[in-house]
Write a protein that binds this ligand. Structure first.
Ligand SMILES: NC(=O)c1ccc[n+]([C@@H]2O[C@H](COP(=O)([O-])OP(=O)(O)OC[C@H]3O[C@@H](n4cnc5c(N)ncnc54)[C@H](OP(=O)(O)O)[C@@H]3O)[C@@H](O)[C@H]2O)c1
Length: 264
């Protein structure tokens, strides 16, 4: 099949990311690690950042080996504005300008509201909302100047539904919906799209508590129409799509990867 536009590119070619540079926050493990590898397999060069440089270096080296792409590792804390500014300078000097930003780093602190501290609220909101805001601001300006860019935020099913014991997390992920829609509108004519991926439950460190509790694990399974948790690789195609030219007319939206949970 031919795409009937000026590029005359085959449909599969629209998904290719050769010549693009990605920054993925929290790309050293969990969903971020899988997405980092997928983006490199699709042809992008990939920079990984988290608070743990050694883990980022290991992931970057493994991904370079398995995909043949150029990778790089950086250390920064997404809750600290000065760290993000330093990161932007380091990346632009050592890796190059970023075309695709994946705001994936995040945390969850669970508990009934009366058991949560103000510091719990601040920690979750800072990592899950302030970090993506600061990163989008730091890297989006370069995308606008070059006329092409992608910002992909990690929301959650908790962007639109919730469960007891999730006040900071669900509030933070709902805010990601607002951040995504607002930036999409600000940048709609600039060649920069902004979308979120909203996963259901995947077996990562973030869900260790649930994975280690058979009752809670089964409670989740019972809520999922497909009757199972997501396999980590099932996030890969979604991020490549949103990062690519195949998604050129997709902006301001939330793409749910949840086995049907939020369809109910
Ligand atoms: N797993 C799920 O079921 C699920 C469902 C819905 C949404 N999500 C979202 O998907 C994203 C990834 O989740 P995951 O399950 O893969 O989590 P994970 O395995 O716990 O990984 C979290 C990542 O974020 C990084 N990180 C956390 N705080 C940071 C900070 N202040 N600065 C820089 N990096 C930071 C961590 O690296 P360091 O510790 O080295 O800094 C780590 O790489 C999150 O936004 C999460 O909310 C996950």
């Amino acid at each position: 099949m031919r795409i009937n536009d000026h590029t005359e590119r085959n449909i599969i070619d629209l998904f290719r990311l050769e010549g693009r540079r990605v920054l993925i926050t929290g790309g050293n493990k969990g969903l971020g690690r899988v997405m980092a590898e997928a983006l490199a397999e699709a042809g992008a060069d990939v920079a990984i950042v988290s608070r743990t440089l050694a883990d980022c270096q290991t992931a970057a080296a493994e991904i370079a080996r398995s995909t043949g792409r150029r990778t790089a590792a950086f250390r920064a804390d997404m809750t600290i504005a000065a760290d993000i500014e330093r990161l932007r300078s380091e990346i632009e000097a050592d890796f190059g300008p970023i075309d695709i930003l994946v705001n994936n780093a995040g945390i969850n602190i669970r508990g009934a509201i009366q058991d949560l501290q103000e510091s719990d609220w601040d920690a979750v909101i800072d990592a899950n909302v302030k970090g993506p805001f600061l990163c989008a601001r730091a890297f989006g300006m370069g995308m606008i100047a070059r006329g092409w860019g992608r910002v992909i935020n990690l929301g959650s099913i908790f962007s639109v539904i919730s469960m007891a014991g999730r006040t900071p997390y669900a509030s933070s992920k709902a805010a990601i919906g607002g951040l995504t829609r607002t930036l999409a509108l600000e940048w709609a004519t600039k060649g920069v799209t902004v979308n979120s991926i909203c996963p259901g439950p995947f077996a990562t460190d973030m869900n260790r508590q649930l994975l280690n509790d058979p009752v809670k694990y089964q409670d989740f399974v019972a809520r999922i129409p497909m009757g199972r948790w997501g396999d980590l690789h099932e996030i890969a195609g979604v991020v490549v799509f949103l990062a690519s030219d195949a998604a050129s007319y997709v902006t301001g939206t939330e793409l749910f990867v949840d086995g049907g949970w939020t369809a109910q």
